[in-house]
Design a protein around this ligand. Structure first.
Ligand code: CA
Length: 328
């Protein structure tokens, strides 16, 4: 009873949690080391390449304590192979991998990178039922878990059906939707892929009891590294960063052709939001996921914190480069 009351108090505090502005040196509590934030990543890595960049950013973010990475949507075994191989390269096979709901279908454009990779060779734990692992991790955690979702969310729909109480023990951070702007900063909202690919699952996630913070296309849809910023990442010798670029070259079918920019790095913004909102403007908006995959502002919708614009996009790009190249 006492434990559950304590948990409720911690969760209530976290529900309205936003990191303080400024760095630790300016904080009166600067002498106290900040506890790492426990996170689960749910990802459709293996379709668009931005998940690969996002997982690398996650692994290079000391603010976050990764409890589990779960593959979501379509061929989740193919996706779990990419996760496991990247974790091995990063020297982080202590992190469990979960295979999400397997909907079948074809492997994606990074298949050549994992053609010879055997999941059974992963030195750490691979959970064949990734949804069960996700539920177990959230329900047994001593403090609320931050669930970062960067793809369509059939796993999350399944998890909420199996154990609705997860919504009282986690907060949801997602790369989802399109509120006022569409792809590439377009003036009209789009049917954003992570929502429209499984609108029923998005509706489940967007009506659950957890607090939500999302980066819709309004902010994540315009993040791209170009010129010197891209080159610094492309020329970095760090093994994980090299693997990101190797995957990017396979994904883009570049062959020997030089690349001078990244594709849009949507999902990296959701990783950033798990520990900071300093560089974006947050608006709390009532959102409803429509059956045809839009995220509409609707007074009847769930109030959701949305990163609606950048205070300093160049600073975010610099932050991404610094993290991926090992600097600060
Ligand atoms: Ca994704």
């Amino acid at each position: 009873m006492i434990r559950s009351l304590l948990f409720a108090a911690v969760f209530a505090a976290l529900s309205c949690w936003l990191p303080p502005a400024g760095d630790a040196a300016e904080s009166p509590s600067a002498t106290l080391p900040r506890a790492k934030i426990p996170v689960i990543l749910d990802t459709d890595i293996g379709d668009d390449i931005d998940d690969t960049w996002a997982l690398a950013l996650l692994l290079k973010s000391p603010e976050l304590d990764i409890k589990l990475v779960v593959s979501d949507r379509g061929d989740t075994v193919y996706r779990a192979k990419i996760i496991a191989k990247l974790l091995e390269i990063a020297g982080r096979s202590d992190i469990p991998v979960g295979i999400g709901v397997n909907e079948g279908g074809n492997a994606g454009p990074q298949a050549p990178w994992v053609a010879d990779y055997d999941l059974a060779s992963y030195p750490g734990t691979v959970h064949p039922d990734g949804v069960a692992a996700l539920i177990e991790t959230i329900m047994t955690a001593p403090q609320p878990i931050t669930l970062i979702c960067i793809g369509p969310v059939p796993n999350i729909r399944a998890a909420l059906e199996r154990q609705p109480k997860i919504a009282n023990r986690a907060r949801f951070i997602g790369m989802h939707g399109s509120v006022r702007k569409g792809y590439d900063g377009g003036p009209e909202p789009s049917k954003e892929w992570n929502v429209v690919a499984d609108a029923k699952a998005a509706q489940a996630a967007f009506t659950a009891a957890w607090p939500m913070l999302i980066t819709p296309l309004d902010t994540c849809g315009i993040v791209r590294l170009r010129g010197d910023k891209y080159q610094r990442v492309a020329e970095c010798s760090d093994p994980l960063t090299k693997a990101v670029i190797e995957n990017y070259r396979i994904w883009s079918k570049a062959g020997d052709k030089p690349l001078n920019a990244s594709s849009v790095l949507f999902d990296t913004v959701a990783i950033y939001l798990a520990f900071s909102t300093d560089l974006v403007t947050i608006e709390r908006l009532p959102l409803r996921v429509t059956d045809d995959g839009f995220t509409r502002i609707d007074p009847q919708g769930k109030p959701i914190d949305c990163a609606m614009s950048w205070k300093d996009l160049a600073a975010f790009e610099d932050f991404l480069v610094a993290r991926l190249t090992g600097g600060r």
